[in-house]
Design a protein around this ligand. Structure first.
Ligand code: NAI
Length: 246
């Protein structure tokens, strides 16, 4: 119960790593706020959490639309009167090599993966400052440290959210708020499973552990970073890759 009663907002939590993080946080005693553009997914995840005895609520939030974020934050404050953790997990890919990438592909990924993180954090930061406590966690990627073929837009966002946490660590540390990023390698989620079997096999062969990560293995790292066990970790970008980059 490392997150007992911690009010935790998790974006993009209708699927994949976000859903696994919601499940893990609930198991650790958090009050979980499930946010996603996918209404059916939100309903399903919340129903499963509540059936398991958790305190969970769901909101349809589009991280590119500040009005939907503001409505969720207002409702969370009304219900719980505080916000302890924000996991900025929502993200997409729209891959193409630079010479083929369209402006729409570029803008869409920047809007969700980078500006969406700014939008959500901006919406909760005043509450965390007033409490003199809070944890902000951003979904980066190994691609946000090393770049990747075909991911000009995505790589820029994943480097960018590391820039955010290093800046926020400096600005907000004295206000009792920690900010960190998690950089997973390849994780078996709908985002990755959509890739051709041959590409997936190639990915597994590159990892010394010869397998993809399970979403729960990334969720565990978020749970640790959100907990008081990580009380002196601030401004870090933690790689969780199974040794992929060695
Ligand atoms: P996923 O596609 O399974 O889940 C992403 C969720 O974000 C979906 O439920 C989707 O509906 C939601 N979402 C998309 N646009 C949204 C928006 N505008 N507002 C709110 N929610 C929105 O993806 P996955 O794999 O679980 O990825 C989660 C995060 O982890 C992403 O930021 C991704 O870039 C990052 N990541 C994933 C890796 C992987 O191998 N799967 C590796 C490294 C990082």
């Amino acid at each position: 119960m490392r997150l007992k009663d911690k009010v935790s907002i998790i974006t993009g939590s209708a699927s994949g790593i976000g859903e696994a993080t919601a499940i893990k946080f609930a198991a650790e005693g958090a009050k979980v706020v499930v946010c996603d553009v996918n209404q059916a997914g939100v309903d399903q995840v919340v129903a499963a959490l509540v059936a398991g005895g958790a305190d969970a609520v769901g909101f349809v939030v589009d991280v590119t639309k500040p009005d939907t974020i503001a409505a969720m934050v207002a409702a969370v404050k009304e219900k719980y009167n505080r916000i302890d953790v924000l996991v900025n997990n929502a993200g997409i890919t729209q891959d193409a090599q630079l010479f083929k990438m369209t402006e729409d592909q570029f803008d869409r990924v920047i809007d969700i993966n980078l500006k969406g993180v700014y939008n959500c954090t901006k919406a909760v930061v005043d509450t965390m400052i007033a409490q003199n406590s809070g944890v902000i966690l951003n979904a980066s990627s190994v691609v946000g440290v090393y770049g990747n073929f075909g991911q000009t837009n995505y790589a820029a966002t994943k480097f960018g959210v590391i820039g955010f946490v290093k800046t926020w660590a400096k600005e907000l540390g004295k206000k009792g708020i920690r900010a960190n990023a998690v950089c997973p390698g390849f994780v078996a989620t709908p985002m990755v499973k959509a890739m051709p079997e041959k590409v997936l096999q190639g990915m597994e062969e590159k990892v010394p552990m010869r397998r993809l990560a399970q979403p729960s293995e990334i969720a565990s790292v978020y749970a640790f970073l959100a907990s008081d066990e990580a009380s002196y970790i601030n401004g870090a970008a933690i790689e969780v890759t199974g040794g992929l980059t060695l």
